[in-house]
Design a protein around this ligand. Sequence first.
Ligand code: GLP
Length: 241
Amino acid sequence: MRIIKTKDYDEMSRKAANLIAAQILLKNNSVLGLATGSTMTGLYHELIRWYERGDLDFSAVSSVNLDEYVGLPGDHHQSYRYYMNENLFHHINIRQDCAYLPDGMATDAEQECAAYEAQIEALGGTDLQLLGLGHNGHIGFNEPADIFPKVTHEVALEESTIKANARFFTTEDEVPKTAITMGIGSIMRSKQILLCVSGESKADTLKQVLTGPITPQCPGSIVQLHPNLVVVADEGALSLY
Ligand code: GLP
């Protein structure tokens, strides 16, 4: 595991974006595993700047996102498809038909999960998987559980996750109760994992993830077993490490 400690959120965003840029420069048809959340907006902004300077070409890149809320259409302002369009896809030259997210409106969620997993396989797996961290240790939407789910599946969100994500909705009732997420196996099969964490409020969770027991009760702890893990985190997030 390599840990890159940064002064603050902005430096974390720049350094993480540089690592993603390096991946694309070295392999122009990279398959990126992407993530959402406030942690990622800064680094997507930096990637857009790379593109606008003419230093990065996304035309051969494919992407698969970690997760999507069930019941939100792509044009809903809180769907992860909308987030990705607004924060990245609409500002770069990635082919829209090569930028995959689970379909939260699929009538048969189980079938959608199987199709999504097959799509990841068909792309040859991800070269680099970007990960954020939930306060309860979740990665993607893999909530604390008794087992590590292997593949893409539908999951009931924890009360704490619903509360944490309510800040983006008008009321807590509007937050979807379920989501489709890549499994821990889908994530761990990536050739490289880039975990980004910012802020003191996640310091305890990050300490558990990096040094605690590897347990599905703290899903992120599985990354300790990944042979190519890079953590980019700021001083606040690493304050207890
Ligand atoms: C969400 C997402 C995760 C994300 C996490 C942290 O629930 N499903 O993929 O990493 O919460 O979000 P934030 O970066 O806003 O703290």
